[in-house]
Design a protein around this ligand. Structure first.
Ligand code: KIV
Length: 257
């Protein structure tokens, strides 16, 4: 296993793992100083492209954004989401994961699901491709985004899936919208780090979508904390710019050749 990944696993029970999504170079450059993991998430489908679901995101779109993100990362672990319908069997998964790794130079790929994808995960790991798991709410296949872990059957399935993914060789698991006490149990029962989003502070780490954190994406969901209102800042700047242009205050001589 790559040293970067082993170092990440060692953080379990020692220090919290910080993770964010990025879809482009300039943002990745900023996040790289603060993050352990930068994920090129297929959430870009809804955040950037206004798709109804992440199911519409293509492999080529993921690759192009990841190439941009790669240019902004020096130290963080870079993970790329494998989009919907690109890992329906081992052969397809291997072909597409190899393409992602080759073209984007990412450190790992992320796949959604548990028991159903165990053989695929094993085959990817066996062929040298590090894999991150994703349990709880699965945007590529779930119709509802309600939190998971209310029913006993759901709780047992998530815990069992986490153990299966760990033995298949994933180095970490994202827990999306998983009930607080279940997140704690899963985190305690496995030896690899869990990264939560809407899954309480019982996880080993936390991930958020960067556009949500900075208030660029105008959505309001319980698990998001907006650390700034970047829309307000952009509006202020653009408003001054438009006045300057209209009042002939920009460009000045010093901005001209
Ligand atoms: O696509 C994404 O951004 C994700 C995170 C929400 C974990 O999978």
């Amino acid at each position: 296993m790559k040293k970067k990944i082993l170092d990440l696993i060692k953080k379990k029970n020692r220090s919290k793992i910080v993770s964010l999504t990025a879809y482009s170079k300039n943002i990745a450059t900023i996040l790289d100083n603060f993050c352990d993991i930068i994920l090129v998430g297929d959430s870009l489908g809804s955040v950037l492209y206004n798709y109804k679901s992440t199911r519409e995101v293509s492999l080529d779109t993921m690759i192009e954004h990841s190439k941009s993100v790669r240019m902004g990362i020096k130290k963080s672990l870079m993970v790329v989401d494998m989009p919907h319908n690109t890992y329906r069997n081992s052969k397809e998964a291997l072909k597409n994961a190899r393409k992602i790794v080759l073209k984007t130079k990412c450190d790992a790929v992320k796949l959604e699901g548990g028991k159903k994808i165990i053989k695929i995960v094993k085959d990817l790991v066996k062929s040298g491709i590090p894999v991150m798991g994703h349990l709880g709410v699965l945007p590529q296949s779930d119709r509802s985004f309600k939190f998971k872990g209310k029913k006993t059957s759901e709780r047992n399935k998530i815990l069992n899936d986490a153990k299966l993914l760990e033995s298949a060789g994933v180095f970490s698991i994202v827990l999306e919208c998983v009930e607080t006490s279940l997140a704690k149990i899963v985190t305690q029962k496995i030896d690899i780090p869990t990264i939560g989003i809407g899954a309480s502070n019982n996880c080993d780490g936390q991930i958020l979508v960067i556009d949500d954190l900075i208030g660029l994406n105008p959505i309001d969901v319980r698990f998001i904390k907006k650390y700034t209102n970047i829309r307000k800042e952009i509006k202020k700047a653009v408003s001054i710019y438009s006045k300057d242009v209209r009042n002939k205050k920009f460009p000045l001589k010093k901005h001209s050749y």
